[in-house]
Design a binder for this molecule. Structure first.
Ligand code: 13P
Length: 255
């Protein structure tokens, strides 16, 4: 079954007290969720345990990590393993965010290791893809994103794919206030779905949740989420404001 998801990526923002207030405010205004209408919150690692505790008793709202290590355990100073993320109570992990690809030079081979180990530890993977502005200007975004999906996901079985959500985040739309138009989002999401169908079959493609990320706000979420291939959003800045994110969740629930 294809799920619609509103996912909050807090990035490197919020101290513990701020995170607690944000989650409490969200929970107090949350519309009814269901198996097919879910919310994910990805705080910094230091708040995963807090957020998980706050979400206890609330069905269909899950905690996520923003990253995990390539290795299982051992002498990797400063790293957080997928097992530790599971142990902290998270159900998801974001892999391949463009900020990780760009600032920490994570290439597709590194991301495969991370996704593999996350799945082995029972996590669901939010796999990010998306092109920079130069690629969009050259109109080669479809091939660019297809390569990211091919190298990142094509080694999985159809069974494993059920634990993967794709997030399309055009880099030129992240934190810039410049959202992709609903048509641009729909076109790319339909392309991604056809790439998945080509490898895994129509049923797997139809079941796949494909989120849009890049300057999603309460004011543009309704139009974006009404596109047939846009199954919700991965939200940065607007997820740090409870009212805004509640508006985005409501748009997702009603889509
Ligand atoms: P913004 O919503 O701040 O543009 O960030 C999008 C994003 O990168 C979510 O992962």
């Amino acid at each position: 079954m294809r799920k619609k998801i509103a996912a909050a990526n807090w990035k490197m923002n919020t101290l513990q007290s701020e995170g607690k207030t944000l989650v409490a405010n969200l929970l107090s205004t949350l519309p009814a969720l269901s198996e097919s209408r879910q919310v994910v919150i990805a705080p910094p690692f230091t708040q995963l345990v807090n957020v998980t505790a706050q979400l206890q008793g609330h069905a269909h709202i899950h905690a996520s990590a923003q990253n995990c290590a390539t290795e299982k355990s051992g002498a990797y100073t400063g790293e957080i393993s997928a097992a530790m993320v599971t142990d902290a109570g998270a159900a998801y992990v974001i892999i391949g965010h463009s900020e990780r690809r760009e600032y920490y030079k994570e290439d597709n081979a590194t991301l495969v290791k991370k996704s593999d180990i996350a799945l082995e530890n029972g996590l669901q993977v939010i796999f990010c893809c998306g092109e920079p502005l130069s690629v969009r200007d050259a109109e080669t975004q479809n091939q660019y994103v297809e390569t990211q999906i091919r190298e990142g996901l094509f080694h999985y079985s159809t069974e494993q794919l059920k634990n993967i959500v794709i997030a399309y985040e055009p880099i030129w739309a992240i934190g810039t206030g410049r959202t992709a138009s609903a048509q641009q989002a729909q076109d790319m999401h339909a392309h991604i779905r056809s790439v998945i169908a080509g490898k895994f079959g129509a049923e797997a493609a139809d079941d796949m949740s494909i989120l849009y990320g890049g300057s999603v706000k309460a004011s543009n979420a309704i139009e974006l989420f009404s596109c047939p291939d846009v199954d919700g959003g991965l939200v940065g800045g607007a997820s740090l404001v409870a009212e805004e994110f509640t508006g985005i969740i409501t748009a997702m629930v009603n889509s």
